[in-house]
Structures are given as C-alpha cells and as structure tokens.
Design a protein around this ligand. Structure first.
Ligand SMILES: Cc1cc2nc3c(=O)[nH]c(=O)nc-3n(C[C@H](O)[C@H](O)[C@H](O)COP(=O)(O)OP(=O)(O)OC[C@H]3O[C@@H](n4cnc5c(N)ncnc54)[C@H](O)[C@@H]3O)c2cc1C
Length: 360
C-alpha cells in the first residue's frame, strides 16, 4: 500500500491471514489513520433539500449521525454467504458449513465430506480434508485453473508483467469474463502450489458435476464434471501460451517450464465422475461445505444507486449520484480491482476525484 515498501522478508512468499491483519493494524498506527472500530453504518441517505448525505452509524452500540457531501462505499463485495436454496431441503443430520466457517477438520463429525464449489476455496478445502484422511466429494462448476509457478515466476507476477491484470472493465466485451471465479490455485507451502481437479482425484477426491438440486437424502448432479476438467485445462494452457508469447516478444531470458504434474492436462477428463445421484447416507456423507462464494450487502444504502437488475450504477467507481463513490469491488475499473493488488491504484483514482470536488 502507499508508503509501504519491502515489508515482507520473503517477497515471493505467502503471508498468513493473521500476518496480514497485523500488517493492516500497523499501517493504521504508522499513518495515524482515524479508524473508528466497532461501527456499523446502518444507513446512508439524502438529506432532503441539501447537498449532504446523512450517515447513520451504530458506534459501540449507540447511534450517531454524520453529514457528508462525499461518501466512499468500501464495505466489500463479499459480505453474505451465498448458499443455494436447496441446501435447506437436506436432512438436518448432515452438518452444513459455509467456507467462511471452515477452519480445519476438527469442526467436522466423522465421515465423508461433500464440498460444493470448485473455485479457490473449494479446491483448497478439498485438499486440506483429503490430506487429513477424509473421504471427499467435490461438486464442480466452470472454474479456470492456473499453474502456481511458470517459467521461474509466480503466476501473479506474470499477470502483472503481461498486463493481464490491467485489462480495463470497459474493454471487456464478453460478460462471462466479468463474472468468472478466481482460478484454482493454492497458497499452501512456501511458494504455494498448483491444485487441479485431476490432482485432487489422484489423492482420492471424487470429482462430481454441478449440483442441480437436493432432497433430504440425496443430491442430484449434472453430468458436466468432464466439461469442467477440460475447461480448467484449456484455461491453464491459454495462460501459459500468453506468457510464452510475452517472453518471446520481449526477448526475455526465462527458464523453461517447470515440471508440474498437477498442471498436466487430463485430456480425456478421466478423473471426472459420471455420478448423477449421490445418496448421502449410503456414501456416509456427514457434512457439506458450501464453497459457493459470497454476495454483496448494500442494504444500508438507501439511495437510488442501483440499476433494474439490482447492480450498482457506476463508472470507474463513480456513481451517477453526486458525491457517491465505490471501492474494492470486482472489476470496479480493472481486472485487478477485486484483489488487494488493485486497491492502491483505484483508491488513488477515487481520492483524486474527492480532492478535486472538495476544492469546488
Ligand atoms: C475467500 C477469499 C479469499 C481471498 N483471497 C485473496 C488473496 O489471496 N489475494 C487478494 O489479493 N485478494 C483476495 N481476496 C479478495 C480480497 O479479500 C478483497 O479484494 C479485499 O478484501 C477488498 O478489500 P475492501 O477493504 O474493499 O473490502 P473488505 O475487505 O471486504 O472490507 C470491507 C469492510 O467493511 C466492513 N463493512 C461492511 N458493511 C459495513 C457497514 N454497513 N458498516 C461498517 N462497516 C461495514 C466489513 O466488516 C469489512 O471490514 C479474497 C477474498 C475472499 C472472499
């Protein structure tokens, strides 16, 4: 972040969640940032007949009102668990958790585990559980994969160098790209590692298609696991092709591709299961973990800031409501906007707008 340089002893390493929290706390301290903790914004609304927003905040339990001409909404894009409606139909004998509630195997009763969702959280939890000795089933969907390292660098370094992360939202013609999940990869281990559906299958995980619905005793599954395996393979191939082309175009010195068995395509999708009905009891499934992502909560925003589909109306984080801005959302301005890497640039962009306007 601005003002922070070389803060990690190992710049290519992965920080733990608690290390990252300490880092933010230190940052607030170092720059004496006026953070008010334990404060929930209950509403942001117009003050009729004025240019001010009224912001109602519950601060340590007592309500306070602030008046402001400018408000930046940075309350995150992933606030509420996203769990399919049919989860409610499943027998109460089966423990159900969302990814944000999972910590480790000790939370789960004895027995097999069904993980629903094969993006980053799903594949990482599946790996954690299979390596802890559990029987694991994973229900997949169309999710990309990337090799963790390629030709001497972490994939995120390549995404920064090649300009992949810099793609502007306004330049994306294919709407599907804007809703793609974060690709399968793991940060476990000193430099992290690749994780693929075929690598999970090699460890014993059963690779299922997407769940269509459920009843108390079973889940019904679409026969598309093979398609999901092939989709991930193709995406990884495309990313490697993009990096090779970049290296060649710039005449860079880069080592050849590492041997990475976990990234090796399963051309025939032999690892995919064709099971379409999974009986929970017969398979001794005692817990289900929903790694089906999050949705956003803007219920406190009592302003006409949304379009007819309930999506925020904004351009580069600037609302068409005067004085209202957004930060920290996927594809706010660029591909990198939804990850920590993108915040610095977006925050500077919005801060410049705020300063210019407050001078008026
Ligand atoms: C499972 C998961 C893994 C991720 N892994 C990575 C990763 O490895 N690398 C990476 O770069 N990015 C990762 N991300 C994305 C990263 O978390 C986000 O880019 C980043 O957190 C966005 O920061 P933010 O401050 O905008 O929002 P958030 O971190 O979501 O912070 C929003 C804050 O606003 C608060 N808030 C919400 N509503 C209110 C309200 N009404 N009143 C007051 N406060 C409110 C919330 O409590 C929260 O503290 C991951 C995200 C998820 C969900």
């Amino acid at each position: 972040m601005p003002g922070q340089e070389n803060i990690f002893a190992d710049a290519d390493g992965f920080s733990s969640a608690s290390d990252f929290v300490y880092l933010l706390q230190d940052y607030c301290k170092k720059f004496d940032l006026p953070v008010i903790e334990n404060s929930r914004v209950l509403s942001v609304e117009y003050v009729s007949g004025s240019k001010y927003f009224s912001v109602c905040v519950s601060e340590n339990g007592s309500a306070k009102y602030y008046l402001s001409k400018q408000v930046v909404i940075a309350s995150g894009g992933q606030n509420i668990k996203n769990i399919p409606f049919f989860a409610k139909k499943i027998s109460e004998e089966v423990l159900q958790l969302h990814a944000c509630e999972y910590r480790n195997i000790s939370l789960l009763p004895e027995g097999a585990v069904l993980i629903v969702g094969s993006a980053q959280s799903g594949v990482q939890i599946a790996e954690d559980l299979i390596e802890s000795g559990r029987k694991v089933f994973i229900s997949t969907s169309q999710v990309a994969r990337v090799p963790r390292r390629y030709r001497g660098k972490d994939i995120v370094d390549w995404f920064m160098l090649t300009g992949f992360n810099e793609v502007r939202t306004t330049d994306v013609a294919d709407h599907q790209i804007l809703t793609m999940k974060q690709p399968q990869a793991s940060g476990v281990g000193v430099r992290g590692h690749t994780v693929s559906l075929q690598s999970l299958a090699r460890k014993g995980v059963v690779i299922l298609g997407k769940i269509e619905t459920a009843d108390p005793a079973k889940v019904l599954i679409q026969p598309n696991a093979a398609f999901h395996v092939k989709f991930a393979n193709e995406f990884s191939g495309k990313m490697k092709g993009m990096i090779d082309e970049y290296i060649q175009r710039l005449g860079l010195q880069a080592p050849p591709a590492e041997k990475d068995i976990d990234d090796q395509p399963d051309e025939t999708a032999a690892c995919a299961s064709s099971v379409t009905i999974l009986n929970l009891k017969e398979n001794n499934i005692t817990s289900i973990i929903w790694t089906t992502g999050f949705i956003v909560d803007f219920s406190y925003l009592k302003l006409p800031a949304f379009n007819e589909n309930g999506m925020l109306r904004h351009s580069d984080g600037i609302s068409d409501i005067e004085g209202l801005y957004f930060l920290g959302l996927p594809w706010l301005r660029k591909r990198k906007s939804g990850i920590i890497l993108g915040i610095r640039e977006d925050a500077r962009f919005i801060a410049e707008k705020l300063i210019a306007k407050s001078g008026n």
